[in-house]
Design a protein around this ligand. Structure first.
Ligand code: APR
Ligand code: PHB
Length: 384
């Protein structure tokens, strides 16, 4: 079997790449280890930057997103007994965010690819990539796929990045001594916008998915056992961390999903080796505090699509050669922002009183200075 671009992974990166390539008349095959139901139901973050929304809408896959997505013009930072709104409309006019679950983006992309006759193979075993420096090919489940280029969109635990020979990549990494317990609940959101709350008990985030479904996160210990968190304990802890301002009562409801997400910052450079190009989580990970993961994946894929379109138009590798450089600039801005938001809002066991005062001082600065608030706002909605 032969195609132009062999894509490993049917997450947002692989699926969007396949869709954008088709709009440019470039063929691809997507190979995914999991089932369609699994990837469509995997609950992940849900904040789309303006540029992500624009990309999906321009590519003709934004119809449901525009109908069901929730546009937000700001977020709240809650600490020290008060809430402070960061007003995107005022600070970064014309740019905002849309709350729409990542698995909804995945469903829309799969539906679009299949409607166009796209080739997505789910539940394929033993994917391996070969001959990366010239005439690459992929083997899976006893079959062979020859291609011009391989796109490694197989996430942080995929096979593509580890297939690059030792010594080629430089890795940059930071681990955090905590994780997020994520909860999806059938209950009307108790706030209209996202609430990022810092408290002595640890960080909490109030987000949402729809007028009937709320999404919450609690800072917990790294490697926390879910069994230690029965529903009553989750609600009690959310209440303790969020009901810290006057006139706020947390509405509770049925918990429909819960899971623990580890927190990590990671970048592999360059995002390319020979004919293998890494995109999304396969190349970099951010802690979810700034909600950048999906947006970075979409941005990588936009750059890779342009580069491949250039290559197929006249054989030029100029844009492909600049792919890693062009992506890494944005990746590193998001790395810094995600690390900074994480550091600002979480409690660290190692923190002494001095460290906590620094956090409070910076939060006071961000919530009182237009210059500091704009720094947060423009990074949150996404740098152009
Ligand atoms: N063979 C085939 N598929 C694989 C393999 C493999 N060996 N290993 C992993 N995959 C698949 C995974 O099952 C997953 O569906 O690759 C896909 C990678 O998708 P994501 O992890 O969603 O990564 P990406 O598309 O880069 O999207 C980035 O995902 O982790 C979140 O927060 C992150 O929002 C960001 C987004
Ligand atoms: C989410 O709604 O899942 C979400 C929102 C904001 C974040 C992370 C996750 O920073």
């Amino acid at each position: 079997m032969r195609t132009q671009v062999g894509i490993i992974g049917a997450g947002p990166a692989g699926l969007l790449l396949s869709h954008l390539l088709r709009l440019r008349g470039i063929e691809s095959v997507v190979l995914e280890r999991r089932s369609r139901a699994y990837v469509e139901q995997r609950v992940r973050a849900g904040v789309l930057e303006q540029a992500t929304v624009d990309t999906l809408v321009d590519a003709g896959v934004g119809e449901r997103l525009l109908r069901e997505g929730l546009p937000h013009g700001g977020i709240e930072l809650r600490y020290g007994g008060a809430g402070h709104r960061i007003d995107f409309e005022e600070l970064v006019p014309g740019r905002s965010i849309t709350v729409y679950g990542q698995q909804e983006v995945v469903k829309d992309l799969i539906a679009a690819r299949l409607a166009d006759g796209g080739d997505i193979r789910f539940e394929v075993d033993d994917v391996a990539v070969h001959s990366l420096s010239a005439e690459p090919y992929v083997t899976f489940g006893g079959e062979r796929l020859d291609c011009d280029v391989i796109a490694g969109c197989d996430g942080f635990h995929g096979v593509c990045r580890p297939s690059i020979p030792a010594g080629v990549l430089t890795e940059f990494e930071r681990d955090y001594p905590f994780a997020w317990l994520g909860v999806l609940a059938r209950v009307k959101p108790s706030a209209e916008e996202l609430v990022y709350a810092r408290s002595e008990r640890g960080f909490a985030l109030h987000s949402m998915r729809s007028p009937e479904v709320s999404r919450f996160y609690l800072q917990v210990a790294a490697g926390e056992d879910l069994d230690a968190w029965p529903d009553e304990r989750i609600w009690a802890e959310l209440r303790a961390r969020l009901e810290t301002v006057p006139d706020f009562t947390l509405a509770t409801g049925q918990i429909i999903e819960k899971g623990v997400t580890s927190m990590r910052s990671y970048v592999a450079e360059p995002m390319q080796y020979g004919r293998l190009y890494l995109a999304g989580d396969a190349a970099h990970i951010v802690p979810p505090t700034g909600a950048k993961g999906l947006n970075l994946a979409v941005a990588d894929v936009r750059v890779l699509t342009e580069a491949l379109a250039g290559f197929y138009a006249d054989g030029s590798t100029e844009l492909l050669d600049g792919y890693s450089r062009d992506c890494l600039k944005r990746v590193w801005r998001a790395q810094h922002f995600s690390w900074w938001m994480t550091t600002l809002l979480h409690t660290f066991d190692s923190d002494d009183a001095y460290g906590r005062r620094l956090q409070t001082s910076y939060l006071d600065y961000v919530t009182s200075s237009a210059a500091a608030a704009t720094t947060l706002a423009e990074n949150y909605v996404g740098m152009a």
